[in-house]
Write a protein that binds this ligand. Structure first.
Ligand code: NIG
Ligand code: FE
Length: 410
C-alpha cells in the first residue's frame, strides 16, 4: 500500500486488505505482474549534445576506443558538440532521455557533468541537473566530472595537464560546491585521462569542499584507481574490468560499492568484462548501471543491463536485480530512502509484464516494463499517455509537474 509518496504497508493481498487504512484506497490490479523497486541507475552521463554514430563504424572496422580518442574523437568529440549546443537543446535531449529512463523502470539516476571541461559549460550541465530535477519526476543525483579528460586547449604544452588540474581544484570544485550543484566528485583515472596522482589531488579537493568521491577505475588498464578510491572512502569504484586480486580484496573489505557497467564492454565489443563473480564471492557490494553515454554505452535500458549481467557477468537474476536496485541506491548513498520495497521508503516501483522475475533479464533487447511509479505517482504506463508525458515540453520551467494518474478519457 502506498500513501503520500511512501510505502505504507507491504504484505500479501489478504494482509494488506485487512488493514483499516486500506479501506477507501484506490486499487491497481496488476493481474499477476512482477513488481520491483524502481531501478537506481547509479552511473550515467545524462547530459550530452549528440550521438557519436560517426565513430561507430570506425569501431566496427577495428579502430579501438583509445585510438579514436587519440585522434581527437571520443570524449573530446562530445566536448566540442556540447560546447556548441544551447542549454535549451541539451535540456530537450535530456528530458526526452529521462522519459525513456522511466519507460524502462528507472526511478532514480545519477548524472555526471564532464563534456564541458570549461567553467561555463560544466556549470551549464550541472545547472541542468538541478532544473531537470524540478521539471520532471525522476530523481537526478548530480556528480561533478570535470576530471573526465584534459581538454584540448590544455594539451600539448608543458604543464598543461597540471594547469587544468589547478582549474579544477582552485576554481571549479569550490564554485560547484558553493553553488550546491553536485553531491559527488568523480575522476576518470586511466591511460589517456588522469593519473592516480592527479586523481588523488582532485578527489581530495572535492572532499575538502564537501563532494564525496567516486571514480572511473580500471576500465581500460589497471591504474590503481580502485586502491585510491577505497583508501579515500569513495562511494563507488566503477567499471573494474582490469582489477587484480588485491583490488578485489580491497573492495570486499571496504564500504565502497563496485559498480559494473557491462553495457560498455558489450557496445565496444570487448572480450573482457569485469570479474563480477569474483567480486561477489569475495563479498564486495556489487551494483549495476547503464553508464548511459554517447561513446561507450549508448543505452539507458536497465533491463538490457540485467540481461548482460546474467549472460556475460554470470550473475543470477536475483543478484542482478539487487545490484540494479538496492546496491545502486547504496552507491548513491540513498539506500535508506529508495532501492527496496519496505515500509517507510519512497513509493518508487517498476511493474513488469512477466509472470516470473527471471523473465526480466531473460528477454533481452525488449522492454517488459509495464508501469513505473515515482513517489506514488504513475509516471509511465505502457500504451497510455500519462499526465506527465502529455505535459512534456509544455512544463513551465521550475513549475508544477502536472502528474495525472486518472484513466484517460475517450
Ligand atoms: O564511463 N570512461 C570514461 N567515461 C565514459 C565514456 C565517455 C565517452 O566516451 O564519451 C565511460 O565509459
Ligand atoms: Fe562513465
Amino acid at each position: 500500500m502506498l500513501r503520500d509518496g511512501l510505502i505504507a504497508a507491504v504484505g500479501t493481498r489478504a494482509e494488506v486488505e485487512a488493514l483499516p487504512e486500506s479501506r477507501g484506497a484506490e486499487k491497481i490490479d496488476l493481474g499477476g505482474k512482477v513488481v520491483l523497486p524502481g531501478f537506481v541507475d547509479s552511473h550515467t552521463h545524462l547530459i550530452h549534445a549528440a550521438s557519436r554514430a560517426e565513430e561507430y563504424e570506425l569501431k566496427i572496422a577495428g579502430v579501438s576506443y583509445e585510438e579514436i580518442a587519440r585522434k581527437g574523437g571520443g570524449i573530446l568529440n562530445s566536448v566540442k558538440k556540447l560546447r556548441a549546443a544551447s542549454a535549451e537543446a541539451l535540456r530537450k535531449r535530456a528530458a526526452s532521455a529521462l522519459r525513456e529512463f522511466a519507460a524502462y523502470g528507472t526511478t532514480t539516476l545519477e548524472a555526471k557533468s564532464g563534456y564541458g571541461l570549461v567553467v561555463a559549460s560544466e556549470l551549464k550541465i550541472l545547472g541542468l541537473h538541478r532544473e531537470l530535477n524540478l521539471e520532471q519526476p525522476l530523481e537526478i543525483v548530480s556528480t561533478f566530472l570535470g576530471a573526465h579528460v584534459v581538454p584540448g586547449e590544455y594539451r600539448g604544452k608543458k604543464g598543461g595537464a597540471a594547469a587544468y588540474v589547478r582549474l579544477l581544484t582552485e576554481t571549479l570544485i569550490p564554485e560547484v560546491s558553493r553553488a550546491g550543484l553536485a553531491e559527488f566528485c568523480d575522476v576518470f583515472c586511466d591511460r589517456g585521462a588522469f593519473t592516480r596522482g592527479q586523481a588523488k589531488i582532485i578527489l581530495k579537493a572535492g572532499v575538502a569542499h564537501g563532494l564525496a568521491p567516486r571514480v572511473h577505475a580500471e576500465q581500460l588498464t589497471r591504474s590503481g584507481a580502485t586502491e585510491l578510491g577505497v583508501e579515500m572512502g569513495a562511494a563507488s569504484c566503477d567499471h573494474l574490468e582490469h582489477v587484480n586480486r588485491a583490488d578485489i580484496r580491497a573492495l570486499a573489505k571496504s564500504k565502497t560499492a563496485a559498480t559494473l557497467l557491462p553495457g560498455c564492454d558489450f557496445y565496444l565489443g570487448l572480450a573482457k568484462y569485469a570479474p563480477a563473480r569474483d567480486l561477489i564471492d569475495a563479498g564486495a557490494i556489487v551494483a549495476l548501471a547503464t553508464d548511459y553515454n554517447p561513446g561507450t554505452s549508448p543505452t539507458l535500458s536497465m533491463p538490457m543491463i540485467l540481461s548482460l549481467a546474467c549472460s556475460q557477468l554470470r550473475m543470477s537474476p536475483a543478484e542482478a536485480i539487487a545490484a540494479a536496485t538496492i546496491n545502486g541506491a547504496y552507491a548513491l548513498r540513498r539506500d535508506g530512502r529508495v532501492g527496496s520495497l519496505e515500509v517507510g521508503k519512497q513509493a518508487d516501483l517498476a511493474v513488469f509484464d512477466v509472470g516470473d522475475y527471471r523473465e526480466i533479464p531473460y528477454y533481452f533487447g525488449m522492454n517488459t516494463c509495464w508501469m513505473t511509479i515515482k513517489k506514488g505517482r504513475v509516471v509511465y504506463q505502457k500504451g497510455r499517455t500519462t499526465g506527465y508525458q502529455k505535459a512534456r515540453g509544455a512544463v513551465a520551467r521550475g513549475g508544477e509537474i502536472p502528474y495525472d494518474d486518472e484513466e484517460e478519457k475517450g
